[in-house]
Design a protein around this ligand. Structure first.
Ligand code: PLZ
Length: 439
């Protein structure tokens, strides 16, 4: 494991990174952005090391992916063994155990003890697309309901499902049809109880789409890119009940919130919500590309043979990585670790809010926490301050991410392998960044 410290030996980004940034500008399409252009050479625990020899503290986990830490031992061991054995056969041609093992783990770990089956894919967006395909075949219906502030991906169907225009959709239409957006529960902004917000969303869908036309309702149980909004208690259970009552497939998109991140195996566990289908990716495979749709066996099996698949879906190396990551989660009680990290972050953020009224909301669960910045005493988004604080953190060697429809949410997604001291040091930097950016 690399040394667990924050150490800056150059400015951030340093000269070696800046030289490489010029190469990136020459050869990589401008549409592929980079938030913090430090070129990484090694990472592990809670630290990223760059080409200039700087050590940065990681509060982003590559967008909630390296939950078990970068290059976690069981992931490295499994991947090394698998690449030596074989790298690819295509599961649709000749199968192998690791794929089936991952599906078995998903049946066991995802919410509910009913019979479940899984199909594996590469990216989160691909999993969401396939969940919609399955729901459509199973119900014989077309319409898909999604929510305000939702993020489901960048492919054509998932762009239609994603709410935010810039940067995800601008100029990329026309988008897939039969996607309808309902109001989300957003406690800071709507003041509604979960039941009230659910009634509002249900009425909207019932009147504007018709329950009988809906194949599925797809929702992130805690919003990801849309701002880490946690719906008011009761919202998800009410929505899920309505879906059950009307034969609508309830799809939980747990691509960001899943696999120990929130202090449970899945965010749905918190209120005992049992989705019909659940999409997972990111944290599941410790950094290798793997995604899944898991759900009721009867729904999953409604698709004809050959209807689901893809050349690389459930690649053996990615599956081996997932089995290693899940092993790390089990042996190191990473749900418990996420809760402990969540408690530490919440305390630090509460202290910060006492000093900075620009912090309008602290929310999230476990190691998926965020603060929303607004003009004091209002809900007027303050994206400029959010960007300024984030830039100050970056200069001081802490990798922080922002999100939210208005770009005014600071999100904290440390790897669960980060130590307490390093986490506190990162929040010292965040605290300092608030102090030096005014307000
Ligand atoms: N569903 C809930 O969070 C991916 C995207 C970042 P892919 N979120 C990070 C970016 O700017 O592209 C995500 C998610 C939820 C679906 C996805 C899509 O997952 O693996 O990026 O396709």
């Amino acid at each position: 494991m690399i040394e667990q410290k924050r150490e800056l030996v150059t400015e951030i980004p340093g000269p070696e990174s800046l030289a490489r940034l010029n190469r990136k500008k020459a050869y990589v399409a401008d549409g592929v952005g980079t938030m913090l252009p430090v070129f990484v050479t090694a990472a592990g625990g809670g630290v990223l090391v760059d080409v200039d020899g700087n050590s940065l503290i990681d509060l982003g986990s590559g967008i909630a992916v390296t939950t078990v830490g970068n290059s976690a031992p069981a992931v490295v061991r499994n991947v090394q063994a698998q690449v030596e054995a074989f790298t690819h056969t295509c599961f649709m041609i000749t199968p192998y155990d690791a794929y089936v093992d991952v599906c078995e783990q998903l049946a066991e770990l995802t919410p509910g003890d009913h019979a479940k089956k899984t199909a594996l894919f590469n990216s989160g967006a691909e999993a969401v697309e396939n969940a919609v395909k399955i729901a459509r075949v199973a119900t014989g219906r077309d319409a898909v309901a999604v929510f305000d502030h939702a993020y489901h991906g960048r492919t054509n169907l998932t762009m239609a499902m994603t709410a935010k225009n810039m940067p995800y959709k601008q100029g990329f239409g026309p988008f897939a049809g039969e996607v309808y957006r309902a109001p989300m529960s957003y406690p800071l902004r709507d003041g509604l109880s979960g039941e009230e917000a659910a009634a509002r969303a249900i009425d909207h869908l019932d009147k504007q789409v018709g329950a009988g036309n809906l194949a599925c309702v797809a929702i992130e149980p805690i919003l990801g890119e849309g701002g880490f909004v946690v719906p008011a208690p009761g919202f998800l259970p009410a929505l899920s009940r309505w879906c059950t009552d009307h034969g609508i497939v309830f799809v939980a998109d747990e691509i960001q919130s899943g696999f120990c991140r929130t202090g449970d195996w899945f965010a749905c566990d918190d209120e005992g919500v049992i989705p019909d289908l659940i999409t997972t990716a990111k944290g599941m495979a410790g950094g290798l590309p793997l995604s899944a749709v898991t759900g009721r066996a009867d729904l999953m099996d409604s698709v004809h043979a050959g209807g689901l698949g893809g050349t690389y879906g459930g690649n053996p190396v990615a599956c081996a990585a997932a089995l290693g990551a899940i092993e790390e989660m089990r042996t190191h009680d990473l749900t418990g670790r996420a809760r402990a990290i969540g408690a530490m972050m919440t305390e630090r953020l509460e202290n910060l809010r006492g000093e900075h009224p620009v912090i309008a909301d602290i929310r999230g669960r476990g190691a998926m926490m965020a603060i929303e910045l607004c003009a004091p005493g209002t809900t007027e988004p303050d994206a400029a301050r959010t960007a300024a604080v984030s830039a100050a953190c970056h200069r001081a060697g802490v990798v922080t991410l922002t999100c939210g429809t208005w770009g005014n949410v600071f999100r904290f997604l440390p790897p669960l392998s980060i130590g307490d001291d390093l986490l506190h040091e990162a929040f010292d930097v965040v605290t300092e960044a608030f102090a030096t950016t005014g307000g």
